[in-house]
Ligand binder design. Structure first.
Ligand code: MG
Length: 176
């Protein structure tokens, strides 16, 4: 049985992961409106990945006899000053999420809930990767600056991203 405190905290995390998905989908809409199709596609993939994060928490609660409760999702920002501003926002957001994951880990240690700890370890590792990827994106966008040619090339590169099914598939999805 999952402790009540953990269920409550995980339900909040489900909301944060869905908000992440919303934020990246909003960025995708903005990028594509601005003609940066590749960056838009990149953010669409990121939005799907965030949904899969939410589902991991959702499934974990259910598997342990708890009840997932979906909370209200805030409206995300809809416009950014530049592609760089959007990627900087994504990095800041991932740093915020890492803080939340750390707090969840601290809580599961305090509650002596080993099942949560094992599950959260995936997210601790995932956040190291998310922050690394986001800061590399910021760096690359910064490097090309406002130069049309460089930005076009970078846009094409961002557009090559595909969604990879996570190693532990989300229930209801199947690896090919
Ligand atoms: Mg996430």
């Amino acid at each position: 049985m999952i402790p009540d405190k953990i269920t409550k905290a995980f339900n909040e995390q489900i909301m944060h992961e869905f908000y992440s998905s919303y934020l990246y989908l909003s960025m995708a809409a903005w990028f594509e409106t601005e003609g940066h199709e590749g960056m838009g596609r990149y953010m669409r993939v990121q939005a799907i990945e965030e949904m899969s994060h939410a589902m991991k928490f959702f499934d974990h609660i259910l598997e342990r006899g708890g009840e997932p409760e979906l909370l209200a999702i805030e409206k995300p920002q809809v416009k950014w000053d530049s592609p760089l501003a959007a990627f900087e926002n994504a990095l800041a957001h991932e740093q915020f999420i890492s803080g939340l994951i750390n707090d969840l880990m601290t809580l599961s240690i305090a509650e002596n809930d080993h099942a949560s700890r094992t599950m959260l370890q995936y997210f601790v590792d995932e956040q190291v990767e998310e922050e690394d990827t986001a800061s590399k994106s910021v760096y690359r966008v910064k490097m090309v600056g406002d130069g049309g040619q460089g930005l076009l090339m970078l846009d094409r590169e961002f557009g090559s991203r595909v969604f990879k099914i996570p190693p532990t598939p989300v229930l209801g999805t199947e690896a090919e």
